[in-house]
Design a protein around this ligand. Structure first.
Ligand code: SF4
Length: 745
């Protein structure tokens, strides 16, 4: 077969770049950014190139693994499903569905078949014990926008191509290309912003890659974002800078907000965030005086004790300065499919449910239908007879990516049964009884469910599978649908195509009522996740309404456009986007105002001597890309960045091995001295620690690094969102050499 060039949306990170992949006889020959894709304009990062490595990786699982007598053996899918039937179903029969937990990892969001059918599996299972990577990442964002706008994913994103001032707090889009904001080629867009006379400002305890292309950078004390944001919001009222503009008539709670902010003037907040009061006030004034400006807060704001309040205040400040839902400000994308905020009655809804249940041990409330992932270990070991006895892990490696992985690993060993859906035998899946691998990402079709709801521009983009999968290998959705069949008691040999028809019909009946027959007939050309996508597209905001709007979108029309269909720049959406019961933006949700008391209690707290923050590298994505040679080559990325003054105080030189201790655990890392770090702050990347026995990742094991999450206690969370506090952790540091010497003495 001659070499073919195929279009593929990159499934590796939130940027969703369009790629051109040349391949021949199942081999990838080259990967480059698709210049003709108007959404990503040819951008590609090193991770995108590594898709070839991922496809070829000899450690990637091609066959299921079943544990027998404590050892994994390759098995057929048939044997693997038989093992699940034998091991899992009696547990559910005896202890009920609550005995089964599920943990979902970040890649679930990047594979639409996996995501849609994992939801179906959770519905079938009916256990509330669901955990995910969201509670070590972005849950505070969901919690904040859920209360303010009425939907978990109504997240306003910077309108970067039309703004004149972008302030980035606790984010590094030069490394991430956006997070909770899909913005491929951030570098190019930042360059254009500055070329048209605009300003980029960053606020971070590290002078990040983004800070280095910015006009202005301010250090901030880790955990101090709340004081900065309160000081800025207070300034807006204090200096009479509040301009609500068009949003004025859609806002509830302005007076309550003003009253609640009274105790937090910039002069008192500034020392707590490590900034000058005049800087705090000036940032607020700059936002207020610019016609097109936006404040964007990301991961750093989410990994703190007041994470929900931080994310609430970012949107509050954009609202108070007239920059929410306005051109060049923070705007809401309108996705062509799957967005809750395009369904139901425009402008009003039921809001989001919070705290319907509480976890059994820590009594943590559920948010967005899940419990904090940091409670998972205790829900296995500490809930007695009622605890979790079996677990599904879906593309998740919480042993490396969540607090106190050691404790979690020990808990996983106590499970009666565990099933993993994963491409690797890693630090988490090694505890499973059965591992079910999906096909290579290149043999999968692609649609972005979440990221089309967070995009810098509205687009409909789809990509076909470009490589053939092994005929023995089921599709990802088929693997999960077969587990659903087991949960329904239909046995491992059930007709899953018929079951898919039946379940899709049940879902259509709920949505379309008496029109269900007609709708099912209209989408009969497709099966599996493609059928669900066709349903969503045609009933979505740009859809053909199953014939009612012949110019509208169908899957066939999107497929016919190799590089997708441009649906235009972001447009104002308030009030249509709101789904709050009041039909207004809730500016001062009661529980957020109440949590300000907790902030007041911290105002006199001592400031720790040395604290730790995380770090994202463009060549890494959490824990799962360290086995790819293209990304692993080059300088060691597992290192601690520290300020030279801190190094001097602790007797450390550049390149020394240092020992870091917190939470009763110690890890070691080489140090790099850099003025890019704020004094008193150490930066260590997470997702490392590939030295555990029983895993399979030859490249990763050559440079394992250490798991920084060992230093983090499971119980430290933002109470409103359940998100773990991963930044600003107080640590002690000393030269590893000193430790060895002391031990010898
Ligand atoms: S930035 Fe993200 S989406 Fe784009 S090529 Fe890199 S990994 Fe893929």
């Amino acid at each position: 077969m001659a070499a073919t060039s195929s279009y593929r949306i990159c499934p590796l990170c939130e940027a969703c770049c369009g790629l051109e992949i040349t391949h021949e006889d199942g081999k990838v020959l080259s990967i480059r950014g698709a210049a003709e894709d108007g959404f990503s304009n040819g951008y590609i990062c090193p991770k995108g190139v590594s898709l070839a490595d991922l496809h070829e990786d000899p450690d990637r699982l091609r066959k299921p693994l079943v544990k027998r007598n404590g050892r994994f053996e390759e098995a057929s899918f048939d044997e693997a499903f038989a093992e699940i039937e034998r091991g899992l179903l009696p547990i559910i029969e005896k202890h009920g569905p609550d005995a089964v937990g599920t943990v979902l990892g970040n890649p679930v969001a990047h594979r639409y078949g996996l995501s849609l059918y994992a939801i179906r599996m959770l519905r079938e299972l009916r256990s509330p014990y669901v955990f995910s990577a969201s509670t070590v990442d972005q849950m505070p964002k969901h919690r904040a926008v859920g209360a303010m706008f009425g939907s978990w994913l109504s997240v306003p994103v910077p309108d970067i191509t039309r703004t004149d001032l972008l302030i980035v707090l606790g984010g590094n889009p030069m490394a991430s290309n956006g997070s909770m904001w899909t913005v491929p080629d951030f570098r190019g867009k930042a360059r254009e912003l500055r070329a048209r006379g605009g300003r980029l400002v960053t606020i971070d305890p590290r002078r990040t890659e983004t800070a280095k292309v910015a006009d202005e950078h301010h250090f901030i004390r880790p955990g101090g974002d709340i004081y900065l944001l309160l000081g800025m919001a207070h300034t807006l009222f204090d200096e009479n800078l509040v301009r609500l503009g068009r949003l004025g008539e859609w806002i509830n709670g302005l007076k309550a907000l003003e009253a609640a902010l009274k105790p937090f003037p910039a002069e008192e907040m500034a020392p707590l965030c490590g900034m000058e009061a005049e800087t705090v006030r000036q940032l607020a004034r700059d936002l207020a005086r610019m016609e097109k400006a936006v404040l964007y807060g990301r991961i750093g704001t989410c990994l703190q004790s007041f994470a929900t309040l931080n994310n609430w205040l970012v949107d509050v400040i954009n609202i108070l300065t007239g920059h929410l839902d306005s051109e060049g400000g923070a705007m809401f994308p309108k996705a062509p499919a799957f967005a809750h905020n395009t369904k139901g009655k425009p402008g009003q809804g039921r809001g989001v449910p919070v705290a319907r249940r509480h976890s059994r041990v820590a009594r943590s409330p559920d948010v967005m239908g899940e419990f904090p992932v940091s409670t998972m270990a205790e829900e296995i070991t500490g809930a007695g007879e009622n605890g979790i006895r079996a677990l599904f892990s879906v593309a998740a490696n919480p042993v490396l990516s969540t607090p106190d992985g050691e404790k979690l690993a020990a808990a996983l060993d106590q499970l009666d049964f565990m099933v993993s859906f994963d491409i690797y035998l890693n630090e988490t899946t090694r505890h499973a009884n059965v591992i079910l691998p999906p096909p290579s990402a290149l043999a999968d079709d692609h649609w972005d469910i979440s990221f089309s709801q967070l995009s810098w521009r509205n687009y409909a983009r789809y990509s076909e599978p470009l490589l053939q999968k092994d005929p023995e290998q089921p599709e990802e959705w088929e693997i999960i649908q077969r587990v659903v069949a087991l949960l329904r008691g239909l046995g491992k040999d059930a007709d899953i195509a018929a079951l898919d028809d039946e379940m899709t019909r049940e879902e259509v009946e709920k949505a379309a009522g008496p029109m269900a027959d007609q709708v099912m007939a209209a989408v009969s050309a497709y099966r599996g996740p493609q059928r669900l996508l066709e349903l969503e597209l045609r009933s979505g905001p740009y859809g053909d309404g199953f014939g009612a709007n012949p110019q509208g979108l169908t899957l066939a029309k999107v497929k016919a456009e190799r590089y997708g269909i441009d649906l235009g720049a972001l447009q104002p959406r308030i009030p249509e986007i709101l789904r709050t019961p009041s039909g207004k933006i809730e500016l001062a949700p009661e529980e957020f105002i109440a949590d300000l008391n907790r902030v007041q209690d911290t105002l006199a707290d001592p400031i720790p001597d040395l604290v730790m923050i995380g770090r994202r590298d463009v060549r890494s994505n959490n824990s799962w890309m360290h086995n790819l040679p293209t990304l692993a080559k080059g300088p060691n990325r597992f290192k601690a960045l520290i300020n030279p003054e801190d190094a001097r105080r602790h007797g450390l030189k550049d390149g020394d091995l240092a020992e870091f201790t917190a939470n009763g655990h110690t890890i070691q890392a080489p140090v790099e001295l850099t003025e890019d770090m704020m004094r008193g702050v150490i930066s260590l990347p997470h997702g490392w620690g590939h030295d555990q026995p029983g895993t399979k990742g030859a490249v990763a094991a050559r440079n394992p690094g250490a798991n920084v999450n060992r230093l983090i206690a499971t119980a430290t969370r933002d109470p409103l969102s359940g998100n773990s506090v991963l930044n600003g952790i107080s640590v002690s540091m000393r030269r590893a050499q000193d430790v060895v010497t002391q031990a010898a003495e």
